[in-house]
Design a protein around this ligand. Sequence first.
Ligand code: AHR
Length: 317
Amino acid sequence: MKLKAMLIAGALSFVPMTAMAADLTIGFSQIGSESGWRAAETTVTKQEAEKRGIDLKFADAQQKQENQIKAIRSFIAQGVDAILLAPVVATGWDEVLEEAKDAEIPVVLLDRTVDAPDDLYMTAVTSDLVHEGSVAGQWLVDETAGEKCDIVELQGTTGSSPAIDRKKGFEQAISGHDNLNIVRSQTGDFTRSQGKVVMESFLKAVGGENICALYAHNDDMAVGAIQAIKEAGLKPGEDIKIVSIDSVPDIHLAMANGEANATIELTPNMAGPALDALEAYLADGTMPPKWIQTESKLYTLKDDNMAIYEMKKDLGY
Ligand code: AHR
């Protein structure tokens, strides 16, 4: 049943609207499975839907925007009640979001933002992506305490909001600190394998002894880079400091072994707040704010990284 129809039905029949969540069918257009974090987000979303009795239609786009657009059109044709969209890139969504709007199907963005008018989606559940980059940059500012440090950067998927914003935040935080310079910056597409390949090319081009720090837009690329650094005969975490984003179990294991230095946590539970917002809308028409912000927490070597690894390792990453 469409949300609007359910609202009218609820108002007329005095049926508690929360009891109707079991009737909901929601389409979820997921980017793919490029990282451990992405796998965990998929797991948590399926669990959250099951817990609430929601019929979740899951579509894996295998990193392609065209597949996401096809999936959204198919969800619209099936008459789903709502759509969850984790958008692979920021641009190119206006047309398909207009189609969803015309069909009166609310769209909730998960973990990434889009460059589209905000009346085309109901809300976006994301972290402050610029802030994450700036926390990483500030960590390095503090860590280096004025000493010269040449940085290499592994960017996320080109054109994605986390790649754009995490780069921006990091650059803002290190600007004005003349000791810190980004000497190489390239995409590793948020994957472990590309993180390794690109780090190998950085080591070759710059020379490992000339690289003081790696900033990776996600932990998976950092984990791949750690392998490349070790194969080059250097000690990750010591010869080259490593700061990245996500807080996946493997980065905590690397930190526990002294092979990485800091990570900023991104919760994989974007679906919880998204489905809460949809259920509240169903119950009484409450519109959520346009942005539901999730927390970002910095972990360093001061934390008990082995305990965090143990706690997270079976959570679907
Ligand atoms: O959009 C969130 C980012 O996407 C995560 O940091 C990264 O691991 C994922 O691929």
